[in-house]
Design a protein around this ligand. Structure first.
Ligand SMILES: Nc1ncnc2c1ncn2[C@@H]1O[C@H](COP(=O)(O)OP(=O)(O)OP(=O)(O)O)[C@@H](O)[C@H]1O
Ligand SMILES: [Mg+2]
Length: 363
């Protein structure tokens, strides 16, 4: 790298200069320290060769200086001429020393730059792989929920139909549930395809309490299956937020499912899930807040800082994508989400979204 960038003229110039200086020094009776000019040869050789070449050229210059002195003055010691010779030798040696140090520093810099470049390439590659992995995990996670719900509805429907006296009304409700979840799955897929095309989500004015109610409807069967009591404290007259309906439903369903799973896994006796919506005032101005609170084991203190990390999970079959997805959706809507333990028991996750400033409702 350092050598290949050099011009082939440099070694030739250094060679010609060396011969010329030696000829003048050895063959002419000039009373000046002509050998000092060897420092130019040393500097040229730094640009032309690596360390070994520089050391060889410096040694050659030193030998030629001594030979020229011996040729023109014999073995007799002339004070002035000897002083000039010594000054030249010192100049050559010091120049070579400093030039070699400079060359080593330049080489180290080039090596560091190369290492940095490699690290950047590696990082770009890693983050591409991570993004792809996260996207795949998020698709699998979001589509899995409605599909699992469809299967549960289907099983329930079969049970109602296989009774000696088929209960058509219950079967019809199960099929309704299947249709609702199937629409949800296809809506999620439509949204993911739109995301892949980088299309904007469809933001409309929404009442957060209404979205929460719809989301709770979608997990009714899961609540019944796991024996979880749901209590809603939803204010109906909340000002609207500007949001994508399916994305907000995803957030609420993720929070509900986490609460249900936490209480079921811990075999909690009293399994209660409460969903509360309210108006609040934050640093961002007027907001509406939603809290999903459970009576499960709560978060271990050591986990609180990691809950929103991608792939952080304590579940055997968990992907650790639920909360990171919730956070990225809420933040994309200009809101915040946070997790904390309840004073008595259980966990609570709340998020808030800014309310639409009057007259600013875009579809
Ligand atoms: N309500 C809760 N009570 C106790 N722990 C919780 C609760 N909600 C989340 N957690 C903890 O946070 C972790 C991360 O939750 P997250 O929803 O991101 O992933 P997950 O539920 O493990 O997997 P999935 O990707 O299927 O949602 C959980 O594994 C669990 O340890
Ligand atoms: Mg989860």
């Amino acid at each position: 790298m350092f050598i290949s960038a050099r011009s082939p003229l440099l070694p030739i110039t250094a060679g010609i200069l060396t011969v010329t200086i030696f000829a003048i020094d050895a063959l002419t009776p000039l009373d000046i320290a002509i050998a000092v000019l060897y420092v130019v040869v040393v500097l040229l050789s730094v640009a032309a060769w690596p360390r070994r070449g520089v050391v060889a050229m410096t040694s050659l210059c030193i030998v030629l200086t001594v030979v020229a002195y011996a040729t023109s003055h014999g073995l007799a010691i002339y004070d002035a001429a000897l002083a000039r010779c010594l000054v030249s030798l010192a100049a050559i040696a010091i120049t070579a020393f400093l030039a070699l140090k400079g060359q080593a520093a330049a080489n180290a810099l080039i090596q560091r730059e190369e290492a940095l470049h490699q690290a950047q390439t590696q990082l770009a590659h890693t983050s591409r792989v991570t993004t792809l992995g996260e996207l795949a995990a998020s698709i699998a996670h979001e589509v899995n929920q409605p599909l699992a719900a469809i299967a549960t509805h289907g099983e329930a429907c079969l049970r109602w139909l296989n009774r000696p006296q088929p209960d058509l009304e219950e079967a019809r409700m199960a099929v309704d549930g299947m249709l609702r979840d199937a629409h949800r799955a296809s809506e999620i897929i439509r949204r993911i395809r739109a995301m892949a095309r980088k299309a904007e989500p469809s933001y409309v004015a929404l009442n957060l309490s209404e979205v929460a109610r719809e989301s709770c409807d979608l997990v009714q069967r899961e609540l019944a299956r796991t024996g979880v009591q749901l209590s809603l404290e939803l204010q109906d007259d909340l000002p609207p937020v500007r949001a994508d309906r399916v994305q907000l439903q995803q957030v609420v369903i993720n929070l509900l499912m986490n609460g249900i799973q936490a209480m079921t896994e811990a075999h909690s006796k009293d399994r209660s899930l409460s969903v509360t919506s309210s108006l609040c005032r934050t640093e961002e101005g007027e907001c509406v807040a939603l809290t999903v609170s459970d009576t499960g084991p709560g978060f271990p203190v050591a986990h609180i800082g990691r809950l929103f990390e991608a792939f952080f999970t304590t579940k055997k079959d968990g992907m650790g994508m639920g909360l990171p997805i919730c956070r990225s959706i809420i933040e994309a809507h200009g809101g915040r989400i946070q997790a904390q333990n309840n004073a008595l028991r259980g966990a609570a996750i709340s998020f808030h979204l800014p309310v639409i400033a009057e007259g600013v409702i875009h579809g």
